[in-house]
Write a protein that binds this ligand. Structure first.
Ligand code: NAP
Ligand code: HSE
Length: 419
């Protein structure tokens, strides 16, 4: 009998306990051993969880329990779970986590500490989609050219509802929290940080790159308005929060931001809480992964799969995919050097000479306009909508700074990258 301790019996932890109980027969058949949850840890011992397991409020009750073989960390956070997981590994216990924030900061240290002890984290990226094993095992023969993904279920759910039903930002955020999709602090979701944490994990497996969230371009969906969604829809685009990792020579660009995607593209059709990831390998070509990216049951499905895999034992893939460091490592591309096409919306006073001044500035910063359109706004203002050819991020940032300072510009310019 293999004994599991679950640190954090909240949305995901409750589903883990439930699956291990309800699917016991098939799990025993697949794992070769019976697996049962010995105990769990929560903060609030007075709350009824409807589960028949012993609960404590001290993570070290599980970490130091000699009967427990596998520690499942589902408490969330960064530094506290780091200490807890470190202690579990030092006690020789296998660890499974869904905690991408922990891995975004400490994955290389944890790999070092774990050595041959199993440390698995399938649920940390894209919930129920087995993207970690696809990238680490299924695609291990390839150089990875690019990864492009809808990695945050909350944002995708919100953008879908705003597009299809015109529901307000705040109302849908509340709904995502009630459905168990959103992080304990939802600014992690809407600010793009959760997607960035996941992208960093994928980038380690794909490229062996050790970057932290502070090192990469991260923007959320807070600035995307109903106006921009409506314009995008009219011109044949969907608006999605994308995580992008792309190899360019010996550099890798990593970025998370709202993106305009042509409606015909597969990834534009991924709606609701679903996640979708495209991975391009040099020999396999493009592969696509689709499924529920958040929610207790879908996420717990991946956690339990890791438990089964650990119980089966055998030679494991190295935690972050590489047994030895690459001889010629890849470098992180400076975020200012990223090249993209852009959609811009400028709210300006509707009077002669305005457009001429703006286009002159674009020319000075080597930004070439692909399409331009004027739409009325409130009172005597107009919305100027531009799409550009490829331009350098640094130039775009600088020109928008200059444009914002012009006396006839009535609001901060809106910029969304076109992918
Ligand atoms: P949650 O519902 O907030 O559950 C967290 C659990 O941990 C709660 O039971 C909480 O106790 C307990 N806990 C937190 N800090 C503790 C402490 N210091 N001592 C003891 N217990 C503590 O969170 P969740 O949605 O299940 O997420 C858990 C992890 O999975 C997070 O890392 C999250 O990023 C990740 N994840 C979540 C999803 C999802 O869809 N929800 C998907 C993928 C990954 P109380 O219940 O008493 O507060
Ligand atoms: N808050 C995350 C999301 C949970 O919405 O995608 C899954 O990691």
């Amino acid at each position: 009998m293999i004994k599991v301790g679950v640190i954090g019996v909240g949305t995901v932890g409750t589903s883990v306990v439930k699956i291990l109980h309800e699917n016991k027969k098939i799990i025993t058949a697949r794992a070769g051993h019976e697996v049962s949850v010995k105990s769990g840890v929560v903060r609030n011992l007075n709350k009824d969880r409807g589960l028949n397991i012993a609960l404590s409020d001290n993570p070290y009750d599980i970490v130091n329990d000699p009967e427990i073989d596998i520690v499942v960390e589902l408490m969330g956070g960064v530094e506290e779970p780091f200490e807890v997981v470190k202690a579990a590994l030092q006690n020789g216990k296998a660890v499974v986590t869904a905690n991408k924030a922990l891995l975004a900061y400490h994955r290389y240290e944890l790999q070092e500490i774990a050595k041959d002890i199993a440390f698995e984290y399938e649920a940390s990226v894209a919930g129920g989609i087995p993207i970690i094993s696809a990238l680490r095992d299924g695609l291990s023969a390839n150089h990875i050219e690019s990864i492009q993904g809808i990695l945050n279920g909350t944002c995708n759910y919100m953008m879908t509802k705003m597009t299809d039903e015109g529901v307000s930002f705040d109302a849908i955020l509340k709904e995502s929290q009630e459905l168990g999709y959103a992080e304990a602090d939802p600014t992690f979701d809407i600010g793009g940080f959760d997607a960035a944490h996941k992208l960093l994990i994928l980038a380690s497996i794909a490229y062996g790159i050790d970057a932290k969230p502070e090192d990469i371009l991260i923007e959320g969906i807070e600035e995307v308005s109903q106006d921009d969604i409506a314009f995008a829809k009219e011109f044949g685009y969907a608006v999605k929060l994308l995580g992008i990792a792309k190899r360019d020579g010996d550099e890798v660009e990593l970025r998370v931001h709202a993106s305009l995607i042509r409606k015909e593209q597969m990834i534009a059709k991924i709606d609701g809480v679903m996640n979708g990831i495209s991975v391009v390998g040099d020999y396999v070509g493009e592969t696509l992964y689709y499924g529920p990216g958040a929610g207790g049951d879908a996420t717990a499905s991946a956690v339990v799969a890791n438990i089964i895999d650990i119980v089966r034992s055998g030679k494991r893939a190295p935690m972050l995919g590489f047994d030895k460091p690459l001889e010629r490592g890849l470098k992180l591309k400076n975020r200012d050097d990223i090249v993209s096409k852009y959609y811009l919306r400028l709210k300006v006073t509707d009077k002669p000479g305005v457009l001429a001044q703006i286009t002159k500035l674009f020319g000075e910063f080597d930004i070439s306009i692909e399409t331009m359109l004027q739409r009325p706004s409130d009172s005597n203002f107009a919305n100027l909508l531009f799409s550009t050819y490829e331009a350098v991020e640094r130039n775009m940032r600088e020109v928008l700074g200059e444009i914002e300072a012009l006396e006839f510009v009535a609001a901060a310019p809106v910029m969304i990258r076109i992918v």
